[in-house]
Design a protein around this ligand. Structure first.
Ligand code: PGA
Length: 252
């Protein structure tokens, strides 16, 4: 897979008709480049229409969540086989809004990662500290705990199919992105932690930054060799800014 990746997390935005129009706008503006993988994560209900419009284009679909179970009496949930049949390649797991607004635990996240891998869906595994953690100098402890618990039981070879998204909670939706130095420092720590605990070539692992990424700050962030792309929220709802962010990620 290309080393650079830009993921647009539409969160709970866009009805089906709005989603169709956004994806058509993106398709009309975006010139695919082999160095960058572009991924969109619309709401569940819009996934079939968006996947259909994307068809054979290089843009891939992600779900924003999944249930760890294959099927059963789980009202309101969506299973990995359902997402797979829809043509999803990726699934966002452990987003801070799932953790903090919907009470997802590290254990839940670990089960979801295993379920996704089992069904051939690639997890975009989100981790990140809260402001209080950073102020208490606990960023690394929190990140390491989230990695250790979220990836418990995952074999080293499966890490090739996982994209990590470092998203400091204080930067999400606040307009206050981490600086290049702050993000680089944590990305470097994530890589060395994975290297030590999963004894693999962690240089290959794709680590995205997320939290108030815009068309204006993306270029500087992507200059850091530690930052392999972005998980974008607000700025992905506008085709122009999303495509601009993707263009900033193109490398030779
Ligand atoms: P934001 O969201 O870009 O609006 O800060 C990022 C995210 O939640 O993934």
């Amino acid at each position: 897979m290309p080393n650079r990746c830009i993921v647009g997390n539409w969160k709970m935005h866009k009805t089906i008709s709005q989603a169709k129009s956004l994806i058509c706008d993106i398709l009309s503006k975006y010139q695919a480049h082999p160095s960058v993988e572009l991924v969109v994560a619309p709401p569940y209900v819009a996934l079939p229409s968006v996947a259909h419009l994307l068809g054979p284009t290089p843009i891939k679909c992600a779900a924003q969540n999944l249930c760890a179970k294959d099927e059963g009496a789980f009202t309101g949930e969506v299973s990995p086989p359902m997402l797979q049949e829809l043509g999803c390649h990726y699934v966002i797991i452990g987003h801070s809004e799932r953790r903090h607004l919907f009470g997802e635990t590290d254990q839940d996240i670990n089960e979801k990662i295993h379920a996704a891998l089992h069904h051939g869906l690639q997890p975009i595994f989100c981790i990140g500290e809260r402001l209080a953690d950073r102020e208490a100098d606990q960023t690394h402890t929190v990140i390491q705990h989230q990695l250790q618990t979220g990836l418990a039981g995952v074999a080293g070879k499966d890490l090739d199919n996982i994209t990590i998204a470092y998203e400091p909670v204080w930067a999400i939706g606040t307009g206050k992105a981490a600086t290049v130095e702050e993000a680089t420092e944590v990305h470097t720590a994530i890589r060395s932690f994975l290297k030590v605990h999963w004894s693999l070539n962690a240089e290959q692992i794709r680590i995205l930054y997320g939290g108030s990424v815009t068309a204006d700050n993306a270029q500087a962030l992507f200059q850091s060799p530690q930052i392999n792309g972005a998980l974008v929220g607000k700025a992905c709802l506008n085709s122009e800014s999303f495509v601009k962010i993707a263009e900033h990620a193109i490398s030779d």
